[in-house]
Write a protein that binds this ligand. Structure first.
Ligand SMILES: [Zn+2]
Length: 239
C-alpha cells in the first residue's frame, strides 16, 4: 500500500489556470476537495497541504493476531482477533468523518495473519508519530480485570515518549471507560522491541475477555464504538 508510486491529482480552477499536484501514495488527503472559487480553493489547498506535510499525525494501528491465530477467546466465545479488528476499522471510519483526519494505517485490514516483523516494517517505513498494537487480555483467573499498556523494556531515544504516551492512554481509558488501570508495564514483546529504536510504540491490552464483565462489555458493538471513539480522541490529542 505504500510503494513510493505517485498519485497525480489535477486540480482545475476557473479560467485558464491548471495546477498539477503530486502526492505520494498513502499521504493523499482523504478529504481533498475540489472547489469552484479559486482563492478559497487555493487557501484550502494550502491548509490541507500544511496538515499533510507539516503537522498531521501519522499513526499505525496494529490489530493483533488474525487468520488462524484467534488470540484470546472469551467466556462468551468472542475472539480477540475480531474485537481488535472491529475497533481498528471503527477508528478508521470515525477518522474519515473528521474535517482533518489523522493519517492512520492498519497493519491488517481483514482477518489475515500478518507476521510480527511485517507489522513493524510498515511502521518503520513511515514517519510515524505513534504505533499502537491493539490486544485484549486473558487470564486463567476469571477475576483478573483492567487495562494494561506496555512499552519496550529497552532504552532508546523514544523510551520516554512511549512511556508518557502509554501513561496517557491508560488514563484516558480508565477515566472514560471506567476500566481499572493495571498501569504501564515494560516488556520484551517483539512489536515493541522492533520499533523501540525508530518510533514511539505501545501495546494496549484492552481488558480481559476471560472476565465476565469486561468480556461482556467488549463484545457489544456499541461498546466497541465507544472504545474506538476514545482511542481516536486520544490519538488526536497526542503531541
Ligand atoms: Zn493478543
Amino acid at each position: 500500500m505504500f510503494n513510493g508510486n505517485w498519485h497525480q491529482i489535477i486540480w482545475k480552477m476557473e479560467g485558464p489556470m491548471l495546477i498539477t499536484l503530486k502526492f505520494r501514495k498513502g499521504v493523499m488527503p482523504k478529504n481533498f476537495r475540489f472547489r469552484l472559487f479559486p482563492i478559497l480553493s487555493f487557501a484550502i489547498l494550502l491548509f490541507e497541504c500544511h496538515t499533510i506535510f507539516g503537522q498531521q499525525k501519522v499513526v499505525v494501528l496494529d490489530p493483533g493476531h488474525g487468520g488462524k491465530d484467534s488470540g484470546a477467546i472469551g467466556l462468551n466465545g468472542i475472539q480477540e482477533k475480531d474485537v481488535v479488528m472491529r475497533i481498528a476499522n471503527a477508528i478508521l471510519t470515525l477518522n474519515d468523518e473528521l474535517d482533518i483526519p489523522l493519517d492512520i494505517y492498519l497493519t491488517r485490514y481483514s482477518d489475515t495473519l500478518i507476521s510480527l516483523s511485517d507489522r513493524t516494517k510498515l511502521a518503520k517505513s513511515l514517519n510515524v508519530d505513534l504505533f499502537v498494537s491493539l490486544h485484549c487480555n486473558h487470564s486463567d483467573n476469571s477475576n483478573s480485570r483492567g487495562i494494561e499498556v506496555f512499552v519496550a523494556d529497552m532504552k532508546s531515544k523514544y523510551s520516554f515518549n512511549s512511556t508518557w504516551l502509554a501513561f496517557q492512554l491508560q488514563v484516558a481509558i480508565n477515566e472514560k471507560l471506567g476500566f481499572e488501570s493495571r498501569g504501564v508495564k515494560f516488556a520484551n514483546f517483539q512489536v515493541l522491541r522492533e520499533t523501540v529504536d525508530y518510533l514511539p510504540s505501545v501495546l494496549l491490552e484492552l481488558g480481559f475477555l476471560s472476565n465476565e464483565d469486561e468480556g461482556g462489555y467488549i463484545k457489544r458493538k456499541e461498546n466497541q464504538k465507544k472504545i474506538s471513539i476514545l482511542i481516536l480522541d486520544y490519538l488526536k490529542s497526542i503531541k
